[in-house]
Design a protein around this ligand. Sequence first.
Ligand SMILES: *Cc1c(COP(=O)(O)O)cnc(C)c1O
Length: 328
Amino acid sequence: MEMRKTVLNCPVGDEQKSEDPTTTELCEKTAQLLGKESAVFLPSGTMCNEIAIKIHTQPGEEIICEYSSHIINFETGGPSALSGVMIRALHGSHGIFESSQVAEAIRPSSRYAPKSSLLCVEQTANMSGGTIWPLDKMQAVTTTAHQSGLKTHMDGARLMNAVVKTGVSAEQYGNCFDSVWIDFTKGLGAPIGAVLAGSKDFIDHAWRIKQQWGGAMRQSGIAAAMCMYALDNNIDRLADDHHLADIIGQKIIKFKGVKTVLPIETNIIIFDLEPSAPTANELVKTLAKKKILIGAFGERRIRIVTHLDVDPSASKILIEELAKYLDY
Ligand SMILES: *Cc1c(COP(=O)(O)O)cnc(C)c1O
């Protein structure tokens, strides 16, 4: 695979000392892409979120996130364990909430209440079906937060899916936030790595936490080279994933065993099964035997994600296999 070949000749050095040229180049390119002064390479998107929360808050404060967000559901309580903060969850519509909800959630300053200190937004909204935050809504919620003195952070794990779909630049989305990151291991297809970006002061601080939490590396260029390949080659092709997801969604909505399909805007298909259909876990197990990997969330909810290893023939097989159990 072309991506793996980039590792053989990439220049490397000690990343902890900023002496790894490949990692430095990746960070500079990503900072530029996101319209930020500086950036830092991290092993995972989860670490990007948790480091940002640590920097933007003090123990005892409160952060605002959407109910279905990765920060709330998939980071093992990191915000409370690592930063000592509480989370105020907002119920969005398919992951998207309104600035009026933010205004309501921000606590008035008081001797009693925790201080609201950070607003987090997920682009695209993963567990709500990969929905895209429109730029104007993003501007509205972050402006509301900033006006009350909160910091703002974007979980941009799939930001580039939104960019490819809407034509709005990563920088335009990024401009709304104090910190933002992208993941190279989702649709972009690299094996390791995410880059967190922000002001120079923010990134200086992020480096200290990265060192403290054991995320600083040595010859990280071998990972960064593959991320760079993803940045240079795998962004435009995200449109193919969106196209396939759309086709899959249109087919499965017609199956009798499928109750509802969430609106499909990018590369994520989430649907709920009828009581007469197999349970989500049964379906996942059955398809796994055919080497088709899909996810179960709760008893009746299925999530399917298209990515660069799923081509039209694979998606055809997926539809045929699903039809066997759901099209009765
Ligand atoms: C995958 C994901 C993360 C975490 O990224 P990792 O690189 O897996 O740690 C965070 N947020 C969202 C929305 C994600 O989809």
